[in-house]
Design a protein around this ligand. Structure first.
Ligand SMILES: [Fe+2]
Length: 282
């Protein structure tokens, strides 16, 4: 077989193995990889050392490539591959990257279906910090007791970048705080996403501000409880980056966050995104 997969944890994560590196770039491989991402949420390609051109080949073979951040107009670094870095010479709004320290789904506050997948190549691995954590919101939903699943039926939450950045709002320089906090739209999403496949996941994370029709303290407490539930070790995976690692995850069935790292580590990730094909639906 050209490429193989081995499970990392019971409910989340597979490692990709190959004999011949060229086998990763075929149309057949793209199909297998896409299906495995949907099944296992996170795929790790250890030290595969992709060039940008190779990352774009895999991205384009798996679906429709989109440029998430250019649409939000948050940075000038909007070539074919987005550079995730705290270096303000490359990324003029590093506060936006600081928001990645908190559990979130990508593209949940823009006016299009959330991206299906995010793809990250590690160009410079930090010595300290900078791991990425993933939590399967499919496994988290599946694992809820039945009465809790029933209690979530029909509930909707309001999401915003402002909510996800609220823990660091006072650390953003005042002169552009309001502009950063106003990135994106304020969007309502059902707490439980019934996908076209019939599978269900939860739409949670720090972008979720409150639950519609519920008083704010009770709604926030529920959102935090659900986020903690999804992030429990059984449903989550922490990836410690080695230079050259490449990771693809299903953004429609996972929250993710980065462990804080310092700019001096030089951490540098090259990111591409694949368009989602369905809007969040109850
Ligand atoms: Fe992200």
């Amino acid at each position: 077989m050209a490429i193989r997969f081995e499970d990392i944890k019971e409910f989340i994560g597979s490692r990709v193995l190959w004999d011949d590196r060229a086998d990763l770039f075929t149309a057949e491989a793209a199909k297998l990889i896409r299906a495995k991402v949907e099944e296992r949420t996170v795929l790790v390609f250890p030290q595969v050392n992709l060039t940008d051109a190779e990352q774009l080949t895999i991205t384009n073979a798996m679906g429709e490539k989109i440029r998430l951040t250019a649409r939000n107009n948050v940075q000038s670094n909007d070539g074919d591959v987005y550079q995730v870095t705290l270096d303000e010479k490359i990324n003029p709004q590093p506060e936006y990257v600081l928001g990645t320290f908190f559990w979130h789904m990508d593209g949940i506050t823009v006016d299009m279906p959330p991206p299906f997948a995010t793809l990250l190549s590690c160009r410079i691995a930090p010595d300290k910090g900078g791991e990425t954590e993933f939590a399967s919101t499919y496994a988290a939903y599946e694992g809820l007791p039945n009465e809790e699943k029933e209690a979530l039926e029909g509930l909707k939450a309001v999401h915003s970048v402002r909510a996800s950045l609220s823990p660091i709002a006072d650390a953003i320089p005042e002169k552009h705080r309001e502009r950063v906090l106003s990135i994106g739209l304020v969007k309502e999403h059902p707490l439980v996403w019934t996908h076209e496949s019939g599978r269900k996941s939860m739409v949670v994370g720090t972008t979720a501000d409150h639950i519609i029709g519920m008083n704010v303290p009770a709604g926030r407490a529920m959102l935090i409880r659900l986020q903690e539930w999804a992030a429990q070790p059984a449903f989550s995976l922490r990836h410690k980056w080695t230079q050259g690692d490449f990771v693809i995850w299903d953004n429609t069935g996972a929250m993710h966050r980065a462990i804080p790292y310092d700019k001096s580590t030089g951490r540098m990730m090259h990111r591409t995104s694949i368009a989602g094909t369905e809007a969040v639906a109850a």
